[in-house]
Design a binder for this molecule. Structure first.
Ligand SMILES: Cc1ncc(COP(=O)(O)O)c(C=O)c1O
Length: 298
């Protein structure tokens, strides 16, 4: 049984309360927040520019990264609705799925992961990296073909798992989409934007640049920037899917929020063309450059 007493009442900042309805009632604390911001001495930064980094890799050692912020709201929602199971999906080595499995185990929820893999190769599934961590957390794993798309494949599969659990145990399941990017997970990066406000970011910076994998980080930051009338430019570099896909996903979210008058392309800049070999794939040369960069810093 999940730990209901871990739920904290969520008090949204004024700028969120004034503009949005359906605000989550609860949050759980998973991350070490606020994360620091510090100067990043990258090579080849053009003269007149400075780069700083928001250290969301420091949100927590086992959970780490941006997923934690969304899970604080998603798992609170699951617990408050009396769900005992969490079902989510992603690529075989998905960081979101690993973070969900760890956080859910901490909170007394059982996790089910629908993972896309190259079924032609057993090495494609295996028991290493995040899959090993998923299994150590007791997550049930369901492997599906790599090309299965969310709306027509993954979502119906998650719904069937939820039905099966209900029939077998009578227990309810909570479904989380790819990357935790939905109207509840959104609050992770609306709050993330609020953290940037308290750190004085809009006064000190011009641009925010980040990876756009499932779109939730982009949505939270872009909406936060828009709703607070801040003047930052929000740039997401697509690492899966493409600009058009994310713009239509954000348009759907804006409709859900009854903000149809806002155009996704007016509040965020999405940049294609930097995927290299593809999502989660690196060349030896790219890894070599990374090590060289790390080495040079010290
Ligand atoms: C470090 C980092 N930043 C950003 C993202 C993208 O986040 P989102 O899935 O919210 O688009 C990811 C995941 O893909 C990530 O690992």
């Amino acid at each position: 049984m999940a730990f209901r007493n871990i739920l904290q009442t969520y008090a949204a900042p004024d700028w969120i309360r004034k503009s949005l309805s359906n605000i989550p009632r609860y949050r759980v604390q998973l991350g070490n927040l606020d994360t620091p911001i510090h100067k990043w001495n990258l090579p080849d930064v053009p003269e007149g520019f400075e780069v700083y980094i928001k250290r969301d890799d420091m949100t927590g050692s086992t959970l780490s990264g941006n997923k934690v912020r969304k899970l604080e709201f998603l798992l609170a929602d699951a617990i408050s609705r009396g769900c005992c199971h969490v079902i989510t999906c992603g690529a075989i080595q998905s960081n979101h799925c690993r973070a969900t499995a760890i956080a859910a185990a901490q909170l007394g929820l059982k996790t089910h992961l629908v993972l896309r893999a190259d079924l032609q190769s057993t090495a494609g599934v295996g028991c290493q990296g995040n899959v090993l961590l998923d299994r150590l957390c007791g997550a049930a794993i369901y492997v599906v073909p790599n090309n299965m798309c969310y709306k027509t494949g993954l979502l119906p599969r998650m719904e069937r798992i939820a039905q099966h659990i209900k029939q077998e145990t009578g227990e309810e399941s909570y479904l989380i989409p790819v990357g935790g990017s939905d109207g509840v997970g959104l609050y992770g990066y609306l709050e993330g934007f609020n953290e940037l406000l308290t750190q004085g970011v809009p006064e000190q910076f011009d641009d925010i640049v980040f990876a756009c994998g499932s779109g939730g980080t982009a949505d939270g930051l872009a909406l936060g920037n828009y709703l607070t009338k801040s003047k930052l430019k929000i740039h997401g570099v697509t690492v899966s899917d493409n600009r058009q896909y994310f713009l239509s996903q954000t348009a759907e979210l804006l409709t859900q929020l009854r903000m149809e008058e806002v155009k996704a392309a007016d509040i965020m800049d999405l940049i294609d063309g930097y995927k290299g070999q593809g999502y989660a794939l690196s060349t030896p040369q790219e890894l070599g450059e990374f090590y060289l960069l790390s080495y040079c810093r010290w």
